[in-house]
Design a protein around this ligand. Structure first.
Ligand code: UD1
Length: 369
């Protein structure tokens, strides 16, 4: 009996390596996996390697086991980029995909895009066009370089499209919306959470801090922590603080600091993070994704940075930028802001549900034969 003819029309390589890439890619990978015409190879670079930062999400979000694991974590940036370029280029030569997909602005994404470019393989950049205009952040440098290498640029908002047009990028731009929303929506039970901490009966604030420029600088980090601790005392708020490994290293080096009402904990599983978000009255963060998740969950947000790529949330009045001593004052102002349901009027600037499917369709349409 003869073998049935293969239905595969496109070989896709998708590279991940960090917590945000795993979370944001969950539904895109499910969409691609469900298509019989797609042969999907997932390369995990190992940039994040703690179970709480990587393996745990593979299980929780039912992500496919990686086709290749490069083990490039825990090195200085230049070495990490070099190792991922080499490992990804080998994976590309072995599988000969029609395109290599990368997400966002990490070292993993930059290095995989460089590997694709140097093996004449088209780069698909998901979450293209985001700009903070702060070139001191490695993420801003990474995302700009990837956008200029990209063949297919999948933007998450009209503002991102405009940024790409302004820079005259050579790739094809498609406004798919933000695939993170699909993952958020699936995992966030809207309205199902009590508005106070289940343990203490007090209001809570969810805080995450991990950006290099902030957490590697003890003077800056301790100023924020002292301010937030004082705010928490005077507002009677409990601060839940899942600690990123980078931040953990700095806190360990200054173990004597009194954190008062700030309760540090291990990084949370995605559903536990969203449950904490659902219960809280305020978010304090320097994370990109959490700014948008707070916006979708109608929680006020204080972003501990001078700039943000997600200006849409600031324009909507849901998010304010603050630094140093200003964080505590902004928190005190924002926590009593009336809850605003930004999605009720259908005006999500990130285009709501279905973005993951639109990403998968854009890839197939461009590269399938
Ligand atoms: C990276 C991304 C950032 C993203 C963040 C999410 C870049 C340039 N930045 O920053 O955009 O928001 O991931 O977390 O890629 N470490 C561990 N265990 C781990 C992971 C990291 O101990 O599982 C340590 C590393 O050894 C390193 C530090 O934490 O010393 C920082 O990790 P790294 O992957 O370099 O960057 P992130 O700060 O996580």
């Amino acid at each position: 009996m003869s073998e049935p003819a293969s239905t595969v029309r496109v070989r896709v390589m998708y590279v991940v390596g960090t917590r945000p890439e795993l979370i944001r890619s969950a539904h895109i990978l499910a969409e691609l996996r469900a298509r019989p015409d797609v042969d999907l190879a997932v390369v995990h670079t190992g940039q994040h390697y703690d179970h709480a930062m990587s393996g745990g999400f593979l299980e929780e979000l039912e992500l496919p086991a990686p086709t290749a694991f490069l083990g490039c974590g825990g090195r200085p940036r230049a070495e990490q980029v070099a190792a991922v370029v080499q490992g990804t280029a080998e994976a590309i030569r072995a599988r000969r995909p029609a395109c290599v997909c990368v997400f966002g602005d990490t070292n993993t994404a930059l290095a995989a895009a460089l590997a694709a470019t140097s093996t004449d393989t088209p780069v698909v950049h998901i979450e293209a066009g985001a700009r903070s205009h702060d070139m001191s952040m490695p993420e801003e440098v990474n995302r700009r370089l990837i956008d200029h290498m990209g063949d297919l640029l999948l933007a998450v908002s009209r503002r991102c499209v405009a940024n790409l047009r302004r820079e005259s990028v050579p790739g094809t731009v498609v406004d798919t919306g933000d695939p993170l929303f699909d993952v958020f929506e699936r995992n966030f039970a809207v309205g199902g959470f009590p508005a106070v901490s289940t343990q203490s009966g007090r209001r809570t604030c969810l805080m995450t801090l991990h950006r290099q420029a902030l957490v590697d600088d003890w003077a800056q980090l301790s100023e924020v922590l002292t301010g937030v601790s004082e705010f928490a005392d005077s507002a009677g708020v409990e601060v839940v603080f899942p600690v990123h490994p980078r931040t953990r290293a700095t806190l360990r080096a200054h173990a004597g600091m009194q954190l008062g009402n700030i309760a540090p904990c291990e990084p949370l599983r995605y559903q536990d993070l969203l449950a904490t978000l659902g219960r809280c009255s305020l978010v304090i963060t320097d994370s990109g994704g959490l700014q948008k998740e707070a916006f979708w969950a109608s929680k006020p947000c204080v972003t501990v940075r001078t700039v943000t790529e997600w200006g849409e949330t600031v324009d909507a009045g849901a998010n304010v930028l603050a630094q140093g001593k200003g964080v505590a004052a902004a928190a005190a102002r924002m926590i009593d802001m009336p809850a605003r349901h930004h999605l009720d009027d259908g005006a999500d600037p990130y285009h709501g549900a279905g973005s993951s499917r639109r990403v998968a369709e854009a890839i197939i349409e461009r590269y399938a034969h």
